[in-house]
Write a new protein. Structure first.
Length: 318
């Protein structure tokens, strides 16, 4: 069983527009009409749980939820077949907005709220629940940003608890939370580089820099590091070497990149949990990410589509 932890989930509103107009002068009204829209539960761990359930893998989604939007998140996941075990908090779960312009589907505009403030008592309540749950887990995925009030060391603490319970721990985060988690030796690290192209203070400006940053993380005892290189390529680093993963697809085919990176990681975890070799897991993960990018839905739930994409994925030792 896999446990996913999303400490700062969201309700995601996606709007497709012909053109995103920007007001240049003061006027009474300025309106951009959406061609269509969608609403779904969001957050990295939430998206990963959605993928795992669609592919028949038992998982439990944990984290913090609150208010009306918290109920939206829980109901959405349960309708997708995900078992939920969230900790309810006093403040309201955040709403994130995505605007996608026609012809620029590969460059979505994201506006993310910081999220609700979480109290120390709420964190302690979650930790008690988490300690009980991970005793049943073979894998734990800790993913996404931290809400206000939560210490940046929480992923490190959750990693240690997971490892002590015998689970393999995956961390997908950025900044100080990632830096501190790495020192707790999770099994797999996928840095979130959306805000800063940095890992451990190293700029990810080239393939060589990415490989060097990954090797530095491996030195702490991490078994696998996966770092995004560009929209159709990633680099994986293990103690045994470096792999380049590349999708031979046209970005003009992309319809919605939001969630594609989470599908990529979910695909990797899905195959590793089935004891697949790393190369196979990387290929399947990239196929899942590309299939999601080519779908208007955040997460592609069509197994046949993902498997068809695998023929377009190249994984090679660097």
């Amino acid at each position: 069983m896999i446990v996913t932890v999303t400490l700062n989930p969201s309700v995601d509103k996606v709007y497709w527009v012909e053109t995103l107009k920007v007001c240049q002068i003061t006027q009474e009204e300025f309106l951009t009409r959406a061609l269509r829209s969608s609403t779904s539960a969001g957050g990295k761990g939430v998206n990963i749980s959605r993928f795992l359930s669609a592919f028949g893998m038992e998982n439990v989604a944990m984290g913090f939820v609150g208010g009306h939007t918290g109920h939206v998140v829980v109901r959405y996941l349960q309708e997708k077949g995900v078992t939920t075990n969230f900790c309810w908090i006093h403040e309201e779960t955040r709403i994130n907005v995505v605007v996608i312009e026609s012809g620029r589907d590969h460059s979505p505009n994201l506006i993310n709220e910081h999220g609700p403030r979480v109290s120390d008592a709420e964190v302690e309540r979650f930790l008690r629940r988490y300690r009980r749950m991970v005793k049943r887990a073979s894998w734990v995925v800790l993913a996404g940003s931290l809400p206000p009030g939560v210490d940046s060391g929480i992923y490190a603490e959750l990693t240690r608890i997971g490892r002590d319970s015998g689970a393999k721990v995956v961390v997908s985060a950025g900044g100080e939370a990632l830096t501190r988690a790495i020192r707790a030796r999770p099994y797999l690290v996928k840095p979130d580089t959306r805000e800063e192209k940095l890992v451990e203070g190293t700029s990810l400006s080239s393939t060589e820099a990415i490989a060097a940053a990954g090797r530095h993380v491996i030195e702490y005892g991490v078994e696998l590091v996966v770092i995004s290189h560009d929209v159709t390529g990633d680099i994986a680093i293990t103690p045994e070497g470096v792999w380049e993963i590349h999708a031979e697809v046209q970005t003009s085919e992309f319809r919605n990149l939001v969630g594609a990176d989470d599908a990529f990681l979910a695909g990797i975890v899905y195959r590793l949990a089935q004891n697949a070799e790393i190369e196979d897991a990387l290929r399947f993960g990239m196929a899942a990410g590309i299939a999601s990018a080519e779908s208007e839905k955040k997460i592609c739930e069509d197994r046949a589509k993902v498997e068809a994409e695998m023929a377009k994925i190249r994984v090679a030792r660097a």
